[in-house]
Design a protein around this ligand. Sequence first.
Ligand code: PNS
Length: 158
Amino acid sequence: MIRALVPGSFDPPTKGHLDVVERCAGIFDDVVVAVVVNPAKEALFSADERVELLEACCVAWENVSVDMFSGLLVDFAADNGVDVIVKGLRAMTDFDYEIQMSQMNRHLSGIVTLFVATKPEYGYLSSSLVRQVRSLGGSVDELVPQPVATALKEKFSR
Ligand code: PNS
């Protein structure tokens, strides 16, 4: 059995993220989507809210579970019997950052990171742009899963 880990901030989850998770669900026996808890970084959605949103978005895939972690990703991976880390890649700018992290993680524990190329139509999509556009009144409904669109509406109507 091969267990894959898809880690991230997911603040909020986008259709780009879900595309990566969906493809992992079709390739690996078991997929853990893990939200990083970083108290030093101000987030729009709390870690609990992000886990709830991801659970709602992933409900159709029986081999996908959602969790959260703090501390080192490689420690979470070891504690949870993870075989491989999977990250989505949009452009070369992602590559520079992601290759560095994957090599550090490999140095720390020997774990393998695989990269999934993002669907071209989501190549420009990021959680930070979704937050910015939505906070300024723009529509992001086509870019995020339905539960996230609803949560963003509630968040910005307060
Ligand atoms: O959504 P992101 O910002 O691409 O996710 C980044 C994440 C959560 C994968 C990365 O920040 C991470 O692994 N954080 C945990 C702390 C850690 O292990 N740092 C060393 C990584 S080389």
